[in-house]
Design a protein around this ligand. Structure first.
Ligand SMILES: Cc1cc2nc3c(=O)[nH]c(=O)nc-3n(C[C@H](O)[C@H](O)[C@H](O)COP(=O)(O)OP(=O)(O)OC[C@H]3O[C@@H](n4cnc5c(N)ncnc54)[C@H](O)[C@@H]3O)c2cc1C
Length: 421
């Protein structure tokens, strides 16, 4: 595996929309690219979205274009379930140690699903944020690229593992697969490790951990998705009742010194979009958006205006102070102050959606080089390491189109770095 590449190769770390864009732009310009992704599939968080604002098209429109280009380009090689162990050297001559964790399924897999049919063990489905279970022999999701099954390590050593292996007509399951480590030589590095949702359980007064009818905005994307835990039906997690009244809590932990002091710039648009999920599914539904101020910049303001025009969507200027639950009805009770009316506000609903912000993955998992970060863990514009370029949401919270631009820009920077030598 992974024969050493030359110092003319570009390494891209992270296979979301930012990383795949950077990889494909550099590859189509004639450069060798190796992409390293830690998930078993490419696409990052966008693969988990139900629709894209502002056009409300399926996120796979954009991702599939990148995947097709990758399939057609001989210059890109990618590894999934792979991670960076160490990096040494400098611009033009980096040595990168990569480990690929065992998938226990090889390239013979045709995604026929026979292994899952006989597998009885179920594990939490990480793609649905634990809102559903999945067989321990599973395809990460229906549109996964590569379309190859994965065996959860929990199955290895279990009695039924052999049965699962024998069910495969293509000899694609290898229960003895081991991690593989190799070293790459590359000239430039694009870091596209993306973001994670802020942990809503840290906002104690919203009782996210205690009340299943309080969910986060990323969970809402999965709930609304046709391949999500409810087949796209917006059902109340506590009892499966179809939701009629939904409240969105903006800046849940954001612009708050105790949590994320910055604005993620995306959550207002995400909630406006999710309000359309609710309204489209049930014409009698009611949506309330509790906000500090709505941030919908430039052309995205048109989308805000469109949602505002729906008389069943109301806006309350309030930073919600607490969320509790009505023990009789299971409804959520939100309390705060309406700062426009200057009065206490109390709203009862089926579901509360916390618009949590985006945390750069570089805040948690540092790059093994002397990279410069801002106070929140985002890579600064000049990364401080010549030849290493941050891209997309490791630089700032951003929407998809900005990440695509950022990916293209990073590809050019990496090409310039290589061409200088
Ligand atoms: C609720 C919500 C709804 C949204 N809806 C929209 C929308 O409708 N329209 C829109 O334009 N934007 C939307 N966004 C924003 C959108 O999700 C981001 O712009 C996009 O995900 C950024 O892509 P990325 O590639 O930078 O990061 P990610 O999508 O996070 O991809 C990063 C990839 O890197 C991988 N990775 C991480 N660390 C490592 C590592 N150490 N080694 C290897 N791989 C690694 C990850 O597994 C992942 O695959 C929404 C955001 C939220 C919070």
């Amino acid at each position: 595996m992974g024969e050493a590449k030359t110092t003319q190769t570009i390494l891209v770390v992270g296979g979301g929309i930012s990383g795949t864009t950077a990889a494909i732009e550099a590859a189509e310009a004639g450069y060798n690219v190796v992409l390293v992704e830690k998930n078993p599939y490419l696409g990052g968080r966008v693969a988990q979205l139900n629709q894209y604002f502002p056009k409300l098209c399926p996120p796979y429109c954009g991702l599939e274009i990148n995947f097709r280009r990758m399939r057609q380009s001989p210059n890109v090689r990618f590894f999934t379930m792979a991670r960076i162990e160490s990096i040494s050297g400098q611009e033009g001559d980096f040595d990168v140690k990569v480990t690929v964790d065992p998938r226990f399924v090889n390239e013979n897999c045709t995604a026929c699903g026979k292994c899952a049919e006989v597998c009885e063990l179920e594990v939490d489905n990480p793609f649905n944020f634990g809102m559903s279970k999945v067989k321990a022999a599973y395809l990460p999701h229906e549109l996964a690229f590569p379309a190859r099954y994965v065996i959860d390590p929990a199955l290895i050593g279990a009695e039924q593992a052999r049965k699962v292996k024998e069910a495969c007509p293509y000899n694609a399951i290898d229960l003895d697969m081991q991690p593989q480590t190799f070293t790459l030589k590359v000239g430039a590095i694009v870091w596209a490790a993306g973001w994670s949702p802020y942990d809503a359980s840290k906002i104690e007064y919203y009782n996210f951990d205690k009340n299943s009818n309080v969910i986060s905005n990323v969970m809402m994307e999965r709930l609304a998705s046709i391949n999500g835990p409810t087949g796209g039906k917006l059902l109340r997690p506590s009892d499966g009742k179809a939701v009629e009244k939904v409240v969105f809590v903006q800046c849940a932990g954001s612009r708050d010194e105790n949590h994320l002091p910055y604005c993620s710039g995306i959550c207002c648009l995400a909630s406006l979009k999710q309000a359309t999920y609710v309204r489209t599914q049930n014409p009698d539904s009611k949506v309330t958006i509790c906000f500090i101020d709505i941030r919908a910049m430039e052309r995205l303001e048109d989308f805000y205006v469109k949602v505002q025009a729906d008389e069943n969507v109301s806006f309350v200027k309030s930073k919600i102070a607490k969320i509790t639950q009505d023990p009789q009805t299971g409804e959520v009770i939100l309390e705060g102050e309406d700062t426009m009316a200057g009065q206490y506000v109390k709203i009862q609903a089926d579901l509360a959606v916390l618009a949590t912000g985006m945390v750069p993955n570089t805040a948690v998992e540092k790059i093994p080089l002397a990279v410069q970060y801002d106070d929140y863990g985002f890579i600064t514009s000049d990364s401080g390491v010549p030849g290493l370029y941050g891209v997309g949401t490791v630089k700032r919270p951003n929407d998809v189109s900005s990440c695509v631009q950022s990916g293209t820009a990073a590809a050019i920077k990496a090409i310039q770095s290589i061409s200088r030598r």
